[in-house]
Design a protein around this ligand. Structure first.
Ligand code: PLP
Length: 365
């Protein structure tokens, strides 16, 4: 089998920024080489800017987005801790599963898929949970939830509850403001709006979360104390080996973040907003119905209902075979009744929106 060039307009991965791809071909450095450590430091600093945080503990974890979810629960949850999870799609479901595996007593707050998180209901679920988890951009449904409001409500209530945000599909696509929103833990993935291949999970953790952490988590690989000794240096000041950092991926993330920050975050967000707006308008012009609740639609990931007389899989296959365009099926019970179209990172452009609209128009006849 030989590789082919595709336009990746599904729920991820997206086509990386050219700078991110070029960095993968750069000479490899050792993971303790001072030049590489400089790149790692700059990567963490750039991540602080896109996360909107001063958190010292801001780093790329080795693994895909889900490793960020695992690390968050593994390092904060003890057996029997009450954990409230807002479930409005597949990734809220996954949070429940992962939190449960680390011993949490999970309190689910179920929403209709396609709706945003209801802050009042989340607050009412438990008076003082150890942690509240919510997905900022639900990739399974294309919905944005208001984490600023959730963070403000939790702070107003007071107490020790930590707020965990899944920002896999939001970081570097729509605004994320960890410190202003009162988010204690957040993770993302590189393969979406950050415009890098899959393989790293940018992660950030507040001082408050650090003070409440599990000292000896049941996972060695994701022990943030041990990883921190490599990424930021140990108490003695030196950087100690934990695992071999995926140096090429970190160099690629460094390059993509450089590109994003050179463009400027406001411009990056506007580019995503304009592309998503055009795609959503165009889909409606084609006579299709959007799935996510109006007013809560993500620009970077659009969900659209498959018309009743159309074979969802066949349309996706024709887009792939005839036009080299990948779009996604729906998730969960919407697998065959919804399509998911991503305009993320390097693909957040009007030309990509017009391309997929033109191809869909042809295929739908
Ligand atoms: N959370 C959200 C919102 C996602 O969209 C994804 C992946 O699509 C994940 C978590 C899991 O990330 P990964 O598949 O990179 O492990």
């Amino acid at each position: 089998m030989t590789l082919v060039d595709r336009v990746l307009l599904g729920p991820g991965p997206s086509n990386p920024y050219p700078e991110a791809t070029a960095a993968l071909a750069a000479p490899l450095l050792g993971h303790l080489d001072p030049v590489f450590l400089g790149i790692l430091d700059e990567t963490c600093e750039r991540l602080r800017t896109v996360w909107g945080t001063d958190n010292r503990r801001t780093l790329p974890l080795s693994g895909t987005g889900s490793i960020g979810m695992e690390a968050a629960f593994a390092n904060t949850v003890r057996a029997g801790d009450p954990v409230v999870v807002a479930v409005n799609g597949l990734f809220g479901e996954r949070m429940c599963e992962v939190a449960g595996r680390y011993g949490a007593t999970v309190i689910r707050v179920d929403h209709e898929w396609g709706d945003p998180v209801d802050v009042e209901r989340v607050l009412a679920a438990h008076p003082a949970p150890r942690l509240v988890g919510a997905v900022h951009a639900e990739t399974s449904t294309g919905v944005r939830s208001d984490l600023a409001a959730l963070g403000a409500a939790l702070r107003e209530r007071g107490g020790d509850t930590l707020l965990l945000a899944d920002c896999v599909t939001s970081l570097a696509g729509i605004e994320v403001a960890v410190d202003d929103w009162g988010v204690d833990l957040a993770y993302s993935g590189t393969q979406k709006c950050l415009g890098v291949a899959p393989g790293l999970a940018p992660f950030t953790m507040s001082e408050r979360a650090w003070e409440r952490r599990v000292e000896h988590p049941p996972t060695w690989y994701l022990d943030l104390g041990l990883i921190g000794d490599y990424v930021s240096g140990s108490a003695g000041g030196g950087r100690t080996y934990h695992h071999t950092a995926p140096v090429a991926m970190i160099a690629s993330l460094h390059a993509a973040l450089g590109r994003v920050l050179a463009e400027g975050l406001p411009s990056v967000f506007e580019r995503h907003a304009a592309a998503g707006r055009r795609l959503q308008e165009g889909l409606v012009e084609l006579g299709l119905d959007l799935f996510a609740a109006e007013g809560h639609r993500l620009p970077e990931l659009t969900t659209v209902r498959v018309p009743a007389d159309v074979d969802s899989a066949q349309v996706r296959r024709r887009l792939l075979d005839e036009y080299g365009i990948e779009i996604g099926a729906g998730a969960g019970k919407y697998a065959s009744t919804v399509w998911r179209i991503g305009l993320m990172g390097h693909n957040a452009r009007l030309d990509r929106a017009e391309l997929v609209l033109a191809a869909l128009r042809r295929v739908l006849g």
